[in-house]
Design a protein around this ligand. Structure first.
Ligand SMILES: [Zn+2]
Ligand SMILES: [Zn+2]
Length: 247
């Protein structure tokens, strides 16, 4: 069954697309069954066509999905800054604590998945900016040094143009990718081992094996000691003090 060509490209119509898919598969299975059917077997019932209706795009996205994409695009800058801050914070702390330890070297030396991901995000955003500038015969994008400032400028520029961009049939990939980027960045600081790792020593076993868990607690991977965020931060401050006095 063909999908209504005016269906909104956004997540609002996922249930509709899923229902059409399921119906197509059921029809295919029904046809297969018929090839082996013969009397007096009961005739196999044909599948019921789906009753789910699509939300129509105007012309590409419905109003609600367009608003969702705008919010996601605006959110990308905050999420990216947060992820970057988490990595930078742990790098700095690792460098501060690990003057003699090996931990600092691995922290400072290994490129973080966060940094790679933010690079990839920037590349994807400026590609859309460049394409849209060309399509509208705007001036070329001004040369900017890669970094958080350039990312912010590109996102602001895209937000300015977003209403027009989303009217274009070519915006399906961009809109879908923007929503996917938001999900990805939200999961990033949670899943990045570097961003999860705490630089402090365990107060019980002295190992530097403490990581933040999904529930917000900090856990020592060596002895299993659990800390709340407050306990962790207090320990962090105390150990930073000791480092300063020791050096
Ligand atoms: Zn929609
Ligand atoms: Zn421990």
């Amino acid at each position: 069954m063909p999908i209504n060509p005016n269906t909104c490209a956004g997540p609002c119509s996922n249930p509709y697309r899923t229902a059409i898919d399921a119906y197509d598969q059921a029809q295919h299975a029904h046809t297969e069954t018929l090839t082996t059917w013969h009397p007096p077997l009961p005739y196999p019932a044909a599948p019921e066509p789906p009753t789910t209706r699509p939300t129509l795009g105007d012309p590409v996205w419905c109003t609600r999905c367009a608003r969702t994409i705008r919010a996601a695009l605006a959110d990308l800058d905050d999420l990216a800054s947060l992820a970057q801050a988490a990595v930078d914070g742990h790098r700095d702390a690792g460098a501060r604590y690990g003057k003699t330890g090996a931990t600092a070297k691995t922290h400072a030396g290994s490129p973080s998945p966060v940094t790679d991901t933010l690079d990839e995000l920037y590349g994807a955003l400026v590609e859309v900016e460049d394409q849209w500038r060309e399509f509208r015969s705007y001036q070329d994008r001004p040369r900017r040094a890669r970094g958080s400032h350039a990312r912010r400028l590109t996102i602001a520029w895209l937000l300015d143009e977003l209403d027009a961009i989303l009217l274009h049939p070519g915006s399906v990939a961009f809109g879908t990718a923007t929503l996917a980027w938001q999900r990805r960045l939200r999961g990033l600081t949670k899943s990045d081992p570097l961003a999860r790792r705490s630089p402090i020593r365990c107060s019980r076993c002295s190992e530097r094996q403490i990581t933040r868990r999904d529930d917000g607690y900090y856990e020592c991977g060596s002895c299993g000691k659990l800390m709340t965020q407050t306990e962790h931060d207090r320990e962090f401050a105390e150990q930073a003090d000791q480092e300063v006095h020791a050096s």
